[in-house]
Design a protein around this ligand. Structure first.
Ligand code: HEM
Length: 454
């Protein structure tokens, strides 16, 4: 390909500044660059060349049109240490084969069959809460979605293991920003306390999962859940099954990819509802009208339009996956500029979702915007919380159903207010966590005679 020029941007100027800013607040720094340089920008950190794409057409070019020219980003090497070669990390033909084998697990009907379990688990979960006694909703949502993921995957209540798996994840995620810095890979070769803690955490999680797989293999009447489906999955020729190692990798991938993102979406949603009581009122009115005090089902979801808009808007402002990274396998051209071979291409949901060209008053929480006619013309990649193209999130429908059922179940019984001493800020790690957790005060809305009182 004939060399064009690199896009405009800070390039390798201010390399230290780039490094510092990326370490502390990736999405906000990317937003600054987008504002200064426009639809495509170039920066450099160490030997890493980074191209930031800030236009829906350019993002489509990478995720859809020329997706075969790109592999997953450098960060995946680290994430692989946790999830192995599961669906999120695998590449090429192998990924395609796994995706085809696993797609049936996410069929609409299968997901709808989990609805009762999701609402029941949410209803059962809240019995531990006391009126006006603060709880950390970030922790609570993490435990709730992990419990639901455990039930969908293995049909067992892994609440007891939650603490352990949660801690393992936390240890891993804390290392992530350091891993992403130049020479970050060295971390794993040094006998640092963090590295040892990380390896211990992964080993603990692995033991739990291996135990569950081993138990399932000897069961006479296995339950109809994701693990059984994985153990029986065949490729298109009906011959090849997954190896034990691959099943372990897929299970860990689904457990991790599936619970943390959903928990974070819900945590930010509770925060936004607490700080926008007029929206909360509209939500309560819809729930009273559609559900009248009973637990929600999969059939109720199409009628819960306000609930859905609230979630969409929450994931617009606080997209749990706030940036997608790819590595250019060969030189490529976008918008008349050169994307060099091996360059990292970043596409940030956080940046695009707050772009005033596509969203009026982009920093405001306005769920009703999703009913406006002009939103019909929103370009596909102006809003992409679940990514897009062949690697679009396989759990999108699962996550939306789960979040709506949890929101509808809990909001019928409680409203949450932010604890008075609770600071709020983002903590961009692999996902967009709340930096200081989210301590909230639950206030009972329904007292007696309600099906929600479990
Ligand atoms: C609000 C919740 C969720 C969000 C925001 C989210 C976001 C995403 C995004 C942005 C990607 C694409 C990453 C890329 O292109 O590099 C992705 C992929 C993936 N997600 Fe999700 N996700 C969510 C929930 C789930 C759930 C519930 C599951 C599983 C039950 C799941 C499993 C996966 C898997 C396996 C992939 C890799 C797909 C592939 O490459 O073929 N996610 N997710």
């Amino acid at each position: 390909m004939k060399a064009k020029s690199l896009p405009p941007g800070p390039g390798s100027h201010n390399m230290l500044n780039n490094l510092r800013a990326l370490r502390t607040n990736v999405p906000v720094y990317l937003q600054e660059i987008a504002r200064r340089y426009g639809d495509i920008a170039y920066l450099r950190i160490g030997r890493q060349r980074i191209i930031l794409l800030n236009h829906p057409d350019f993002i489509r070019d990478v995720l859809v049109t020329h997706n075969r020219k790109f592999a997953k980003g450098r960060g995946m090497k680290f994430i692989k240490k946790v999830i192995g070669n599961g669906l999120l990390a695998s590449e090429g033909e192998f990924h395609l084969r796994q995706r085809r084998m696993m797609q049936p697990l996410f069929h609409k009907k299968r997901i709808a069959a989990f609805a009762g379990m999701m609402a029941d688990t949410a209803a059962g979960f809240q019995v531990a809460w006391r009126n006006r006694e603060a709880v950390d909703m970030a922790d609570e949502m993490m435990k709730l979605t992990l419990t639901i993921a455990g039930k969908a995957l293995f049909s067992v209540d892994i609440r007891d293991e939650c603490e352990e798996i949660g801690q393992a994840l936390d240890t891993a995620m804390r290392l992530f920003p350091r891993m992403m810095m130049p020479a970050g890979g060295l971390l794993f070769r040094l006998p640092l306390p963090e590295t040892r803690a990380f390896n211990r955490a992964i080993a603990r999680m692995e033991t739990t999962i291996q135990r569950m797989i081993a138990e399932r293999r000897t069961q006479d009447n296995p339950p109809d859940d994701v693990l059984t489906l994985l153990l029986n999955a065949r490729d298109e020729q009906g011959s090849d099954q997954m190896t034990g190692r691959q099943i372990r990798d897929e299970v860990i991938t689904l457990l991790l990819a599936g619970h943390e993102t959903t928990a974070i979406a819900l945590t930010w949603t509770w925060f936004l509802l607490a700080t926008h009581p007029h929206v909360e009122e509209r939500l309560h009115a819809e729930l009273a009208h559609v559900l009248d005090g009973r637990l929600p089902t999969a059939e109720d979801l199409p009628a819960l339009t306000c609930t859905y808009n609230i979630l969409r808007e929450s994931m617009r402002l606080y997209p749990p996956a706030y940036v997608i990274a790819r590595r250019a396998l060969s030189a490529h051209e976008i918008g008349g500029y050169l994307i060099p071979e091996n360059a990292t291409v970043l596409m940030s949901q956080y940046v695009m979702h707050r772009d005033a060209r596509f969203f009026r008053e982009p920093d405001f929480f306005l769920p009703e915007r999703w009913d406006e006619p002009e939103m019909q013309d929103l370009p596909r990649f102006a809003y992409f919380p679940f990514g897009g193209g062949p690697r679009v999130c396989i759990g999108e429908a699962f996550a939306l159903q789960e979040s709506m059922l949890i929101l509808a179940t809990l909001a019928q019984r409680w409203r949450f207010r932010l604890a008075s001493d609770q600071p709020v800020d983002i903590l961009p790690r692999v996902t967009l966590r709340p930096r200081y957790g989210m301590r909230m005060i639950p206030e009972l809305r329904v007292h007696k005679g309600s099906a929600l009182l479990v």
